[in-house]
Design a protein around this ligand. Structure first.
Ligand code: HEM
Length: 451
């Protein structure tokens, strides 16, 4: 009997130690956090044509940083986790379908994917309610260069998804394919880097630095470039960033007051495609009395691209103007091949000038690294190698596995001791259920902000 008690005490101590180690181990996040990235999905080609065609006579808009890219809609700024070949990722942005004089009024917002191996589910907020929209299959989730991605997964409508289309489609019907990516390593924070370059408390002179300029050129221009006429693409360089629906030019330096400002930025965006090669370099804005012009270098010459009216408002250590409407200048008509006329509306501008070193610039949709095309893999990527490819210490897996074995052994010893004890007392009781509670992923289903 003393032996039994000593063994039980030993077992309990071991079990407690193991449980404590497990708790300690569970504290750091075991899954890799995701950031950056994009999800491309065109919903359904025939639906898009139907909306803008003669039947629904409607329109499609995108917002909250979503943009069109090719025929698809591009959602941005992934957040979520990736572990053992499974990913759970939320994206941001919305696309709005309107038609039949408002009878049809449908917002698809903040899509997310749950994906494991080569299948998963696409969720979308449909007019504010999270809906499992489509079953995904076919594309395998691969990791390369710190980016996970799935390219061209087939999507078939779920029953709930069919209901979202008012029953005009049936469950099982094919939707447009879905591609998505996200950066496994934390993405660099461009806003912080930029704000560090802000001038040291510049108030006495009007000199400023570290300003940014966001401009998407023109939505229909991006659609044309990436669509099936030009079949092209755009790239950013020299300090410009691609935010999907906008390009951000950085390191803006010059002088600024509310109404008079002169800022020269860094960065270039190049559009290429069939018979198309246009680079806009080193944009600059100049404004007097709130009336301004945005220019850029095109083929080595500076060209006024758009005019605008904006006074910069002081806010949180910034001078800012947002959603500033712009109009094409006469001089820029040839830049776009004569397809747009002087005075045509181009995309709105955002100007943000930090006045203090700790001013935080407006966030740009984070598209992350360029997703690496998944190569047809010859080997089956085992989850264990995926873990080491991550640069994750294999001990992260081995230690907990060993601990689980130990815990099992400890529990067995405790059970044996208890059984012997109960056998000695007359009647046996049912063994206590041993449950290990797993942390449940908390999900914040923020309602969609519909436009
Ligand atoms: C005034 C109300 C509506 C009328 C008169 C109407 C009429 C039609 C017609 C005639 C078609 C056939 C188009 C074709 O075959 O080319 C159609 C297709 C369709 N409608 Fe509507 N509709 C209405 C409202 C809605 C609403 C509220 C939704 C909800 C999303 C919807 C979703 C669809 C879809 C998904 C299709 C199939 C498009 C495709 O992929 O070809 N409709 N509708």
């Amino acid at each position: 009997m003393p032996h039994a008690i000593a063994r039980m005490a030993g077992a309990l101590i071991t079990a407690a130690a193991v449980a404590a180690s497990l708790l300690l181990w569970a504290a750091p996040a075991s899954a890799a956090d995701l950031s950056g990235g994009r999800l491309d999905w065109g919903v359904k080609e025939s639906f898009r044509s139907y909306i803008t065609g003669p039947i629904a006579k409607g329109e499609i808009q995108t917002g909250d940083g979503a943009s069109t890219s090719g025929g698809a809609y591009r959602f941005h700024s992934a957040s979520g986790s990736y572990e053992g070949g499974s990913a759970s990722i939320d994206y941001q942005g919305w696309v709005y379908f309107w038609g039949h004089d408002g009878e049809l009024d449908l917002t698809f917002a903040n899509p997310s994917v749950e994906y494991s191996g080569s299948s998963g589910t696409l969720y979308v907020y449909v007019n504010g309610s999270r809906t499992d929209m489509a079953s995904l299959s076919g594309g395998s989730l691969s990791e390369s260069g710190g980016t996970i991605s799935v390219s061209g997964a087939s999507a078939t409508l779920t029953a709930n998804g069919a209901a979202a289309f008012a029953g005009y489609y049936e469950a099982g019907q094919a939707l447009d394919p879905v591609s998505f990516s996200a950066d496994v390593a934390a993405a660099p924070e461009p806003t912080e880097a930029a704000s560090e370059t802000a001038t040291e408390a510049e108030t006495e002179t009007d000199e400023v630095a570290g300003a940014v300029l966001d401009w998407g050129v023109r939505t229909s221009w991006r659609d044309y470039v990436s669509g099936n006429i030009a079949e092209g693409e755009w790239t950013v360089a020299d300090g410009a960033a691609d935010g999907g629906a906008v390009f951000r030019f950085t390191e803006g330096a010059g002088t600024a007051t509310a109404t008079d400002y002169e800022l020269a930025y860094q960065g270039a965006v190049t559009f290429t495609g069939n018979d198309l090669d246009l680079t806009l370099t080193a944009p600059a804005i100049t404004a007097t009395g709130g009336k301004g012009v945005l220019s850029a270098e095109v083929d080595g010459a500076r060209v006024d691209l758009v005019s605008f009216e904006a006074e910069l408002a002081e806010r949180d250590g910034l001078l800012v103007a947002e959603e500033v409407p712009t109009q094409l200048t006469e001089a820029a008509v040839p830049v776009f091949g004569g397809y747009y006329q002087a005075g045509d509306a181009m995309d709105p501008l955002l100007i943000a000038v930090p006045l203090t070193a700790d001013a935080v610039l407006p966030a740009l949709p984070d598209l992350g690294s360029e997703p690496v095309e998944a190569e047809p893999s010859t080997e089956n990527p085992a989850t264990a190698t995926a873990a080491t490819d991550d640069g994750v210490d294999p001990l992260v897996w081995i230690v907990p596995a060993a601990l689980v074995v130990l815990l099992g052994a400890a529990a067995a010893i405790v059970a044996l001791v208890q059984r012997a004890k109960r056998k000695q007392q007359a009647e046996a009781e049912a063994p206590p259920a041993d449950e290990t509670s797993e942390p449940t992923a908390s999900e914040e289903d923020t309602p969609a902000e519909n436009g």
